[in-house]
Write a protein that binds this ligand. Structure first.
Ligand code: ADP
Length: 493
């Protein structure tokens, strides 16, 4: 059935919600944290530290060690030393460690969820229901692969690469750690991982889980610090592999740095995904998918559906419905179980979002934002929708990495594809239509690593994730993700 603009208004609830705060005392935050090198927590060589704060309250949470080049050296040396034993373990034995880690993540899930929410600002509903369970699922999934690598279709007896330097961003701290650490370990590599400077705490709690699981020392080391620490890690000449998730600008600099070194690299970078709604789409589900696509995790998602492409004859209906539904979202304390939209991760990110959205208005787009009070402290941005957006305007081209949606329209499938592909990125896309044949045709023509149909932002360890063009290369998850951590076996002709 084709939706028409005569569809009645949504009935929106008007009741108040009682506060439903998650207990914070399930987690004990140590006032200061060392670096996790060679299986133990150690002081940084230069004795430096930095603070991590709660973005929703600006409360100081802990001091975290600042790793310098000498610490990077120590961590890489520990990983190199551990590699010999770890890579020679049978896959079955490696799998046992990974299963143990996965189970510990499940057992301590509440602690991890609260800590992630405190350090990152995202709602507890998301850390509890998405981040932590999916991180555990990544370890379970890769534990299952550890003794089956010969049958992964990558040749017989594929070899591990060696030592991997891994750098992750702040939007899904523990989940991105699991995407990096689980496949690397399953394939027999050892790792040195650097979490983002604004969200180091769950990685440090994960270090405790490694100790609890009796993981051999040096198989996982965790060093904390900002860009300089990351650059010292990627510059280290005893790495066999670099895996990076973060901004396109840093990804490009890493690629320049390693050019010619023969080192293996995977880069998962930015995105500006199109979420495409045809006039035969189930509108109510599409509205939920649009909201999930861009307002989940405050829009701090590289595969976020930040460009909504709506077929012209349902444009007004979709935009009206969207605004009505957005009106029911609750922004505020991320530890409250009723909260839908939490805090922006940092003052710097809030500044970037604010600056880029200001250009939207300057370029002639019409701005609408959720009418809701903002907490007095912390970093907050109201869910925002821009209509009348031009193809070439900055808010249609650049990654905002915030709760900001740009709406454009199209008339034909060809036009939808042309507009969706008109971006330097190519990470993800969404298609909403009732026709299976159209879904397949669109998926064939969209230049995006992941295409979701009648859903959005679904993450599963069995499904490879990664981009084209300026969104990077290499895949994480699934059988394809194993290839990023294995040397393909040489097959006799
Ligand atoms: P964002 O701008 O969203 O913070 P970044 O790409 O700057 O994204 O950060 C992602 C991760 O990369 C973080 O862990 C950060 O510390 C790290 N990083 C930043 N600059 C560099 C660099 N020059 N080399 C290596 N890692 C870096």
């Amino acid at each position: 059935m084709t939706a028409t603009s005569s569809v009645p208004d949504l009935i929106t609830p008007t009741w108040e919600y009682a506060p439903a705060p998650e207990a914070r005392d399930v987690v004990t935050i140590r006032p200061s944290h060392g670096l996790f090198i060679g299986g133990e927590f150690v002081d940084p060589a230069d004795g430096g530290s930095f603070a991590t704060i709660s973005p929703s309250t600006e409360e100081h949470l802990a001091e975290v060690a600042l790793a310098g080049p000498r610490d990077v050296d120590r961590a890489v040396a520990a990983a190199r030393k551990a590699f010999t034993g770890w890579s020679k373990l049978s896959g079955t034995e490696r799998g046992k460690y990974l299963y143990r880690i996965a189970r510990l993540l499940q057992e301590r899930a509440r602690e991890f969820a609260v800590l992630e929410t405190l350090d990152n600002g995202k709602p507890i509903r998301e850390t509890r229901d998405v981040d932590i369970p999916t991180a555990a699922a990544f370890f379970f999934y890769h534990a299952g692969w550890a003794d089956k690598l010969d049958w992964a279709g990558l040749g017989p007896n594929p070899r591990s690469l060696g030592v991997a330097g891994q750098i992750i961003p702040w939007n899904f701290p523990l989940l991105m750690l699991s995407w990096k650490v689980a496949p690397a370990l399953a394939c027999g590599n050892t790792v040195v991982l650097k979490p983002a400077e604004t969200t180091p705490l769950t990685a440090l709690l994960f270090a405790e889980v490694c100790q609890q699981a009796d993981l051999p020392p040096g198989v996982v080391s965790i060093i904390t610090g900002a860009g300089e620490t990351g650059a010292a890690l990627t510059a280290h000449d005893d790495l066999d592999k670099i895996a990076f998730t973060g901004s396109t600008a840093v990804g490009k600099s890493i690629q320049r740095q390693v050019a010619g070194s023969g080192r293996r690299v995977t880069l998962e970078l930015g995105g500006k995904a199109a979420n495409i709604v045809f006039d035969d789409a189930p509108i109510d589900q599409a509205i939920e998918g649009i909201i999930d696509g861009i307002f989940f995790n405050q829009g701090h998602v590289c595969c976020a559906g930040s460009r909504l492409l709506v077929q012209e004859n349902v444009h007004d209906l979709v935009v009206d419905r969207l605004k009505q539904r957005l009106g029911t979202l609750r922004l505020g304390d991320p530890l409250d179980k009723n909260t839908d939209v939490g805090a922006v991760n940092s003052a710097a990110q809030l500044e970037r979002i604010t600056a880029l959205t200001d250009t939207g208005e300057a370029e002639g787009a019409t701005r609408w934002e959720l009418d809701c009070p903002l907490p007095e402290r912390g970093f907050w941005f109201r869910p925002t929708v821009f209509t009348d957006v031009g193809q070439s305007s900055r808010i249609a081209q650049e990654e905002i990495f915030g709760p900001v949606l740009s709406v454009l329209s199209f008339r034909t499938p060809d036009e939808a594809v042309a507009k969706a592909n008109n971006t330097p990125y190519g990470l993800s896309a969404g298609v909403w239509t009732e026709k299976g044949s159209r879904i397949l045709w669109m998926a064939d023509h969209l230049r995006a690593g992941v295409v979701w149909a009648n859903t959005f932002n679904r993450f599963d360890p069995t499904s490879p994730f990664g981009g084209y063009k300026e969104s990077g290369f290499g895949r994480e998850g699934g059988r394809h993700g194993l290839a990023a951590y294995l040397e393909p076996a040489e097959v006799d002709a």
